[in-house]
Design a protein around this ligand. Structure first.
Ligand SMILES: C[S@@+](CC[C@H](N)C(=O)[O-])C[C@H]1O[C@@H](n2cnc3c(N)ncnc32)[C@H](O)[C@@H]1O
Length: 236
């Protein structure tokens, strides 16, 4: 990833301050500088977690206690925004590493009270920033497939990632996955079955709004594979 976190959102309870990056790379610093320079023109506001090394203070960030949905790799935030509008009684968080997509998602988050966007590496956020048993539902929609065999190790879903997801989910919480890659889908199923800490169910996704990539693949007639992993206690 290009650097550590940048986050944004609108919230009456959160300080409206410019985004901050802890990145050590020149490219990322340039990105943050240009973001600062342009912040007035696209209404991104920064919400800086009190620490990047401790779990997020969710009640403080949202100004309330409510069930949390997290969209991992939220892209332009279209799906998260639609869901947050549908469910004003819940809190929504998107993680995304690409700055231009974060900006698009932030413009949407700016329009509603219950959506936040965090520019960060997803696996870092799941492991270190999300409090244990805090997430009702994770959405992992069209994760980068890393098609070449030698790149499969870069795929986000593996044993450690699913263990971290399990720890962050509330009892009975769900990780919802959609991908257009059958091979990745099969791998996810296999890893999840091996762990024995999730109940697997095929889902049709019908109750949810479409994400941007989902719309694109549907329009192209590309098959979409879906799965829901429900947290259960480890078998002892
Ligand atoms: C194929 S796009 C899907 C975007 C969105 N979920 C959708 O369905 O429209 C994958 C997104 O995940 C982001 N992404 C991939 N790996 C990531 C990671 N490790 N941490 C944060 N974002 C990541 C990419 O930058 C990209 O925006």
């Amino acid at each position: 990833m290009s650097g550590l976190p940048l986050s944004c959102s609108t919230s009456a309870s959160s300080p409206r301050i410019p985004p901050l990056s802890l990145s050590l790379t020149d490219a990322s610093v340039r990105g943050v500088e240009s973001l600062r320079a342009r912040r007035d023109s696209f209404s991104v506001v920064g919400l800086i977690p009190e620490s990047y090394f401790a779990p997020l203070d969710l009640p403080k960030i949202y100004g309330r206690v409510a069930p949390l949905h997290v969209d991992l790799g939220c892209g332009d935030g279209a799906f998260l925004f639609a869901l947050a509008e549908q469910m004003p009684e819940k809190n929504f968080l998107g993680t995304e590493r690409l700055l231009h997509r974060v900006k698009k998602a932030c413009r949407k988050a700016d329009k509603i009270d219950n959506m936040r966007v965090l520019r960060i590496e997803t696996s870092y956020a799941v492991r270190h920033l999300l409090p244990k048993e805090s997430v009702e539902k994770f959405h992992l929609l069209f994760p980068d497939p890393w098609e070449k065999r030698r790149h499969h190790q870069r795929r986000i879903v593996g044993l450690d990632f699913l263990r971290d997801i399990h720890a962050a989910l509330v009892p009975g919480g769900v990780l919802r996955i959609a991908t257009d890659h059958k091979d990745y889908f099969d791998q996810i199923q296999e890893v999840a079955e091996r762990l024995q800490i999730f109940q697997l169910a095929v889902s049709d996704g019908a109750i949810y709004p479409s994400s941007t990539f989902e719309d694109k693949y549907k329009a192209e007639g590309i098959p979409i594979y879906r799965l829901e992993l429900r947290k259960v206690s480890p078998v002892t």
